[in-house]
Design a protein around this ligand. Structure first.
Ligand code: UT7
Length: 327
């Protein structure tokens, strides 16, 4: 038996934040942003919209395409670094909104690799039995933790949610191999300092702008370029598949230059790489499932094709999943 993707869905807010608008907010330029990151615009949630709202829209689409209802779900995992609140989990809030009364629900924090972590955890539940249908989501409202006075970070991030419903089937389609890893010593390179037990929220933490993303971008860049080929070789050798057989490479959309460097090192032709960073920026845990769901909608990914997803991000974390698409 294999764990298969039964359906996908995604949601992004309507409001577009362009590079031109950012030029009026910080000392930057469209030329710098496009040439250094590949990003032209990103989507920003309106006031009052919460992460579970975007997750709900993505989930409803994925459920409709899977032909199952919320009540058929046994498990919901939401990967996010921007939950609705510290607790209860966004997954529980979503479970209530979906009427998924039979589902266990929890959040998972693994930065931009969060969706792949959630997918692997759900896969193990499905293979162990007892869980027949799982909903995995990456959902973020990063604009709420983005410091729009910091040009190093505010040009990068956006909001969105991507979902997959997973089930079991006889194969050959399904998840072929996976890898998850972490380097906890690099945690300080990408984090939000305040709001947890280390720096509880206070007047000082707010005044010192500590409730925003802090990132040493060039260090994270080097980390990404180093770990992507390693993640890829692990899942390919586990599955006994050559890189030339992969039909679609879905990298976490953090920086176009990271993606270009990785594709070159891996010897993957650029037309096999799914790219949406120019329209959405970096949406952390939502990045990979949004890119996949969009490609499925556009009929780019077809049943039987090999999809290789690779993530990296806060933690630091990294991971990959190789999937033969379809049920
Ligand atoms: O999703 C989690 C994973 N995250 C990532 O993978 C992010 C990885 N890192 C990156 O994408 C890149 O490092 C950035 C896009 C964040 C930065 O690009 P970079 O080429 O690494 O630039 P840098 O940080 O080395 O900065 C180069 C210069 C600096 O000026 P000086 O010190 O050389 O005078 C920055 O102050 O660019 C300056 N700079 C900017 N200039 C115009 C930084 N941000 C901006 C900006 N506009 N928005």
């Amino acid at each position: 038996m294999k764990v298969q993707v039964l359906g996908t869905g995604y949601a992004v807010p309507e409001r577009v934040l362009s590079n031109a608008e950012l030029e009026s907010m910080v000392d930057t330029s469209d030329e710098w942003i496009v040439s250094r990151t590949g990003i032209r615009e990103r989507r920003i949630a309106g006031k009052g919209v919460v992460t579970s709202d975007l997750a709900l829209r993505a989930a409803e689409e994925a459920l409709a395409r899977s032909g199952i209802s919320g009540a058929d779900l046994d498990l919901i995992i939401v990967a996010t670094v921007t939950p609705d609140m510290m607790f209860p989990s966004t997954a529980c809030i979503l479970q209530g909104k979906l009427g998924a009364t039979n589902a266990a629900a929890f959040d998972l924090s693994a930065g931009c690799t969060g969706f792949l972590y959630a997918m692997v955890v759900a896969e193990r539940f499905l293979l162990a039995g007892g869980v027949n249908h799982a909903l995995v989501i990456g959902a973020e409202i990063l604009s709420n933790i983005t410091d729009f006075t910091d040009r190093n970070t505010c040009i990068l991030f956006g909001d969105g949610a991507g979902a997959m419903v997973l089930g079991r089937g006889p194969g050959p389609n399904g998840i072929l191999s996976t890898y998850l890893g972490a380097d906890g010593n690099g945690g300080g390179l990408l984090h939000m300092p305040a709001g947890g037990s280390w720096m509880p929220a206070s007047v000082e933490t707010v005044a010192n702008r500590l409730h925003y993303i802090r990132m040493q971008g060039n260090e994270v860049f080097k980390f990404a370029v180093k770990v992507i080929p390693d993640c890829v070789s692990r899942v390919l050798s586990q599955a006994g598949i050559g890189i030339e057989e992969v039909d679609h490479l879905v990298l976490h959309q953090a920086n176009l230059r990271i993606m270009q460097t990785a594709a070159k090192r891996l010897n993957v032709p650029w037309d096999k790489v799914l790219v949406n960073i120019e329209r959405y920026g970096n949406i952390s845990a939502a990045s990979i499932p949004v890119a996949v769901a969009e490609a499925v909608d556009e009929d780019k990914i077809k049943s039987g094709e090999l999809v290789l997803m690779v993530g990296f991000g806060a933690g630091l974390t990294m991971g990959a999943a190789l999937v033969r698409w379809g049920r």
